[in-house]
Design a protein around this ligand. Structure first.
Ligand SMILES: NC(=O)c1ccc[n+]([C@@H]2O[C@H](COP(=O)([O-])OP(=O)(O)OC[C@H]3O[C@@H](n4cnc5c(N)ncnc54)[C@H](OP(=O)(O)O)[C@@H]3O)[C@@H](O)[C@H]2O)c1
Length: 277
């Protein structure tokens, strides 16, 4: 039985704190739209923002953060190395930093595994040592990918961001990450909206007088993951953050666990498929 009092932050292996619920910015166009979404998410209470060079909206995130007047240290900003621009990793990193208009990021991720990953990781370690990234991590990595990254004394990533929801319950990967002190961050936690209407989730939601989205997110954080829902609606931003006033009992956690179908919904997860265990 999980206590109703659930910590809203996790401690990373670096010692820094990370909120267990963040806000995803994938597919939110740079410009007025992204600025408005971030401003509203800030009003609702989100402080962790997940972007990527690939998403193209780092600039608007940075702008909205600066305009908010909220001290930088209250934010947790994550960005990711663009997977297709590998000529100079340092240049790519400083480009992101400049667009975000900040002196450091809280978390810098390798967006997905590819060739030269070890070389990239060495540069990530240097960026972290210089204090430009408080923590470094990976995304869409399997157990094997992480093992091969850290062999030869590479440092262990602080975070592995992967698709994670009841229809893709990666039990073995979660257990591995937890055994190594790696925080599993759940991307696509709402199944990109595709399986939110599942009647089995709806029936659990009804009993708790919660919405299916709240049940999916609560399931993720009760498994120890950090969840990153995305929405452009302020009402849904509020709905998605209101998950700290209830807890799912063990039987319902098990019911949700049993929905696993290895359903990879995000494009990158589909490409990685079952190798990403
Ligand atoms: N590392 C990676 O490779 C990777 C890959 C994919 C995603 N991500 C990260 O994870 C974040 C989330 O993933 P995602 O954006 O693909 O999908 P998601 O959060 O699983 O789902 C977003 C979809 O659900 C809808 N939605 C949001 N809240 C809802 C609610 N309460 N009720 C009903 N529908 C709701 C949204 O529609 P509206 O906007 O219309 O509300 C949107 O269509 C991304 O933004 C990104 O930061 C990372």
């Amino acid at each position: 039985m999980v206590s109703l009092v659930f910590s809203k932050v996790k401690t990373l292996r670096t010692g820094d704190s990370m909120p267990v619920l963040g806000f995803g910015l994938y597919k939110i166009p740079n410009g007025i739209k992204a600025e408005k979404v971030v401003r509203e998410a800030l009003e609702v209470g989100y402080r962790l923002f997940d972007t990527a060079a690939f998403y193209g909206n780092e600039q608007s995130l940075g702008k909205a953060i600066r305009k908010s007047g909220i001290p930088r240290e209250e934010f947790f900003i994550t960005t990711k190395l663009h997977p297709f621009r590998l000529l100079s990793i340092e240049r790519a990193f400083f480009q992101s930093l400049k667009k975000l208009g900040t002196d450091y990021v809280d978390l810098y991720l390798i967006h997905w595994p590819f060739m030269r990953t070890k070389t990239v990781w060495n540069i990530f370690e240097r960026i972290q040592k210089k204090g430009y990234a408080k923590a470094i991590g990976v995304s869409n990595f399997s157990v094997h990918d992480i093992e091969s990254l850290v062999e030869n004394h590479g440092s262990v990533p602080a975070v592995n961001q992967v698709e994670f929801h009841p229809f893709l319950y990666r039990k073995a990967l979660l257990a591995y990450c937890q055994s190594k002190g790696i925080v599993l961050e759940a991307h696509t936690p709402l199944t990109h909206g595709k399986r939110i209407a599942d009647p089995r989730v709806a029936s659990i939601a009804k009993r708790y007088e919660k919405t299916p989205a709240q049940i999916l997110l609560r399931w993720g954080i009760q498994h120890g993951a950090v969840c990153l829902p995305k929405t452009t609606s302020k009402e849904r931003m509020k709905e998605n953050i209101t998950i700290f006033d209830f807890s799912l009992v063990d039987d319902d956690m098990e019911r949700l666990d049993s929905l696993n179908e290895n359903d990879h919904i995000a494009g990158i997860s589909r490409v990685m498929g079952d190798r990403a265990i």
